[in-house]
Design a protein around this ligand. Structure first.
Ligand code: GAL
Length: 418
């Protein structure tokens, strides 16, 4: 992100603005996020409620668009204009990129008071810190390598729940023959990449995924397992309906919910949609590890990064927002709605459903066995320039007649993007 000259100018402007009386109500937080689907809106509404109960007004800055591409554009514009929000949904290595711009606030006061260092695994707290100081607060852990299944569709098609790629294609073929859509998908680059990374994980296993999509090792990127991954992706394409282009992820999930489609590759924010529709895990829908990825866990940790604010009142409200996010009450209610699991220790699992408790257990097991991997598609693994270039290749592959061989070459080149 090359914002530097703009941001410096913006900060200079902000200093001038700070000398004039604050325009905002004293105790107010403005939060930029992209949680606009049914389940997501319910989740973020809980934070609004909590802040209002503390006497802090909530200014919602919601920018629709899955995985946050539009939100990032809106955020850049606001920061450049010298009017950053109090907090924004920024995660993974991007936190460091924003930190380098000199625009993030130090929230150590909230972290020290709340003992965050002892409540968060260090792999998580390190990501939330810039140069050793907390600048962001984590809200959850999403698992990306899931397959969402409508068991009624399987039954109608005479298919069984797949545990590996071969079984997946057997089930997909039966669903297609039964006149239904086998794979619910939205043709947007980030959704394409979400499917792609689960296929890479299922094809090559966690160690291969790590070499290829985290370390960006050229030998792995151009090797036979990557070729096989693209071949598999090409086959998956044939089970997606012709209206998929541009479709939002939650509309694809709705197709599984209402029985138009059988399966969807998606992270567990999809579960938020099933829950919001009153559906019960294990009965109305199944959450299965994406085919062949049972022992692995690709994580996607959402967080709110805090921006430098102009006066003491705003700073107090900001710290209070950070503390609310880390509270066990928020982590429980937010994640029950969002489909994810709490990121901090000390939250009871009593109210969580079968998918969430499986996620908790699988994460612990994968962590021990070496299968816990950052999601590349969701901004956890590599810098935004490389991730963007890889996403472009995958989207092109999904939307053209590009061969797997050509895709492998293009991918290896994209991984070298500076
Ligand atoms: C992910 C994000 C989730 C969810 C999803 C769809 O990247 O981490 O919280 O919002 O995109 O927008």
């Amino acid at each position: 992100m090359k914002l530097k000259p703009f941001v410096q100018a913006a900060l200079a402007l902000a200093t001038v603005v700070a000398a004039t009386p604050a325009v905002h109500a004293a105790a107010q937080v403005e939060v930029l996020h992209y949680w606009t689907s049914g389940g997501e809106a319910k989740s973020i509404a809980e934070l609004k409620k909590m802040m209002e109960a503390k006497g802090v007004a909530w200014k919602d800055f919601a920018v629709a668009g899955g995985a946050g591409e539009n939100a990032t554009t809106a955020l850049k514009a606001r920061v450049i204009a010298g009017s950053a929000p109090t907090a924004a949904q920024i995660k993974g290595p991007s936190i460091q990129e924003w930190g380098q711009e000199g625009v993030l606030a130090n929230i150590d006061a909230a972290a020290t008071e709340g003992k965050w260092d002892s409540l968060l695994p260090s792999v998580v707290s390190n990501v939330m810190k810039y140069k050793g100081h907390y600048v962001a607060v984590p809200v959850n852990v999403h698992r990306v390598n899931w397959l969402w299944v409508n068991p009624e569709v399987l039954a109608k098609a005479g298919a069984k729940a797949p545990t590996n790629m071969d079984e997946f294609f057997v089930a997909a073929e039966k669903i297609k023959k039964a006149g239904l859509i086998a794979v619910a998908h939205g043709g947007q680059p980030w959704q394409d990449t979400t499917v792609f990374e689960s296929v890479v994980l299922g094809t090559g296993g966690a160690a291969f995924y790590d070499k290829a999509l985290v370390k960006l090792d050229q030998a792995a990127l151009t090797g036979p397992q990557m070729l096989k991954s693209f071949e598999t992706l090409a086959k998956i394409k044939t089970y997606i309906d012709k209206d998929a282009a541009g479709r939002d992820w939650n509309l694809a999930t709705a197709m599984v919910i209402n029985g138009k489609a059988g399966m969807q590759f998606m992270g567990d924010w999809a579960k938020g949609e099933f829950t919001a529709a009153g559906k019960v895990a294990g009965k109305d829908f199944l959450c299965l590890p994406a085919p062949g990825t049972e022992k692995a866990f690709t994580f996607n940790i959402d967080s709110l990064a805090m921006f430098k604010v102009k006066n003491a009142d705003e700073q107090k409200a900001q710290l209070s927002l950070a503390s609310a996010v880390m509270s066990p009450e928020f982590q429980e209610v937010f994640n029950l709605n969002k489909g994810s699991i709490p990121v901090r220790a000390g939250v009871s699992r009593a109210k969580f459903d079968a998918c969430a408790t499986r996620s908790m257990d699988d994460m612990a097991a994968a962590s021990k066995a070496g299968g816990l991997e950052p999601s590349m598609a969701h901004g956890m693994a590599i810098d935004s320039a490389k991730a963007g270039a890889i996403q472009d290749v995958v989207a092109k592959f999904m939307n053209s007649a590009m061969t797997p061989q050509a895709a492998v070459q293009a991918l290896a080149k994209a991984a070298k993007t500076k």
